[in-house]
Design a protein around this ligand. Structure first.
Ligand code: C2E
Ligand code: CA
Ligand code: CA
Length: 424
């Protein structure tokens, strides 16, 4: 997509008061690349000219036609009145009818036929709130048109998800305001002493009495820029609850990909730490491996500051992203959390598989680098015994406890101390 032109045009029209609305149309001719391949260079030019000539008979001079690449064209139609929308819809239908058909290449007298034009349409302002959402929605509409068998034109407004997305967006905003998001805490155990040394905070959405897990809303929240708001809320809730955890616990907080790139993140973490008078060394910031790899220099700079101020830092979900064992050594971190999928494949100590080999390698690597190796998703006693035998430092998983609300921490602590015979 040639953003160079589309973005300034979009911004110009959306700031122009005489423009009430706008239709952005993307035309893709699915069989054009294949047809082009059969033609000489000068014949290709003539065919392209032929398509544009047809479009010119449909669109007016104030409509802007842009060629993105060989088979995709974007057309921007600014509207001075909502009533003209019908006219544009007529133009869209006409586009399909005209583009579909035969073209005579005069130079060589070849007759070419195009059969598969497809169109995606976005309307401003009803189906896009920003340039980025316009571009995303336009792509979604075009992709849906591309896949559709019965229809050639898809208006983003008519995609079912669109309305549902708006409802979900508003529900989440309301949920934040009404404090419907609640932090649960999952204990982390030192494998040598069996003692609980920390808790990972994991968010839940309590909606109409139902507990909604984070995987059902975090991706949406990330996609729609709500993560800054929810991320702040999570940092606040997690740290506010710290005083209800057993003294000296280390509280782990998950930071999502977009949140990590937010330039206000550091100041927010500092501010909340101060607000609740917490010691940074009792806070463990969890970022995923993929995030840390995206812009290594920027990651190192931010983590360096956090480490210098005393915060702990974990690389989460280790092993599932694109890891490079060598780069881990350059990161200023304290913990490596090996993803649950690896321990899931453990059968017994004598049967080695790639997953257990990776666990053992990473535990050794962590040891060499002076880091703590943590395994999450430990569900059985056999897994725990194995992890102990290979020198893993900390574990987390249903075997010890599921994530629990803050009110249940005391009961859990008592039960755990008895079960593991720990003096309290
Ligand atoms: P994660 O950070 O890898 O969190 C670990 C997930 O594994 C949690 O799922 C936890 O409940 C689950 N788990 C732990 N032990 C076991 C076990 O023994 N068996 C099984 N089957 N599962 C286990 P949860 O709470 O559903 O969270 C899923 C993901 O959502 C998290 O993965 C994290 O990426 C994200 N998430 C959760 N809370 C937050 C948050 O506050 N902020 C952000 N940015 N992301 C969060
Ligand atoms: Ca985590
Ligand atoms: Ca994880």
């Amino acid at each position: 997509m040639d953003d160079k032109f589309l973005e300034p045009i979009y911004l110009y029209y959306t700031r122009n008061r005489s423009i009430k609305s706008m239709m952005i149309i993307q035309l893709e001719i699915l069989d054009l690349p294949e047809t082009m391949r059969t033609l000489e260079s000068s014949e290709r030019k003539e065919l392209t000219r032929g398509i544009v000539e047809k479009l010119k008979t449909i669109y007016s001079p104030k409509d802007i036609i842009m060629c993105n690449n060989m088979n995709v064209l974007t057309i921007v139609c600014p509207l001075e009145s909502h009533e003209f929308q019908e006219q544009v819809e007529r133009k869209v239908r006409e586009t399909i009818n005209k583009v579909k058909g035969t073209y005579l290449i005069k130079e060589t007298e070849k007759l070419m036929t195009l059969r598969k034009p497809k169109i995606g349409v976005v309307t401003y302002p009803s189906s896009c709130m920003s340039y980025v959402s316009m571009k995303d929605n336009l792509l979604k509409a075009r992709m849906k048109a591309r896949r559709a068998l019965q229809t050639d034109i898809v208006y983003y407004d008519t995609i079912e998800n669109h309305n549902q997305d708006i409802i979900k967006y508003q529900e989440i905003l309301r949920g934040i305001k009404n404090k419907e998001f609640k932090m649960y805490f999952q204990p982390q155990m030192d494998i040598e002493t069996n003692e609980i040394i920390g808790y990972e905070s994991l968010v839940r959405w309590i909606k109409d009495g139902e507990v909604i897990p984070p995987n059902d809303f975090i991706p949406f929240v990330e996609e729609n820029d709500l993560i800054y708001k929810l991320g702040d809320y999570i940092l606040n809730e997690a740290m506010q609850n710290y005083s209800k955890l057993p003294p000296k616990s280390v509280l782990s907080i998950n930071i999502s990909a977009k949140q990590f790139k937010d330039k206000n993140l550091l100041s927010t973490i500092r501010r909340k730490t101060k607000k609740y008078s917490l010691d940074p060394s009792n806070i463990n910031i969890e970022i995923t491996e993929t995030v840390s790899m995206e812009d290594v220099d920027q990651t190192i700079a931010l983590l360096d500051v956090l480490r210098k101020e005393g915060y702990k830092v974990s690389i989460d979900d280790f092993g599932v992203g694109y890891s490079s064992l060598s780069y881990i050594g350059n990161l200023p971190i304290t913990h490596i959390k090996i993803d649950k999928t690896f321990i899931d494949k453990y059968i017994n100590e004598d049967i080695k598989n790639p997953s257990t080999v990776l666990i053992e390698t990473v535990v050794q690597l962590a040891k060499g680098l002076g880091l703590k190796a943590v395994i999450e998703g430990v569900e059985t006693k056999e897994q725990l015994d194995y992890l102990r035998s290979i020198g893993c430092n900390e574990v987390q998983g249903y075997l010890i406890s599921k994530p629990i609300p803050i009110e249940d921490i005391e009961v859990f602590k008592c039960r755990h101390s008895k079960e593991y015979k720990i003096k309290t």
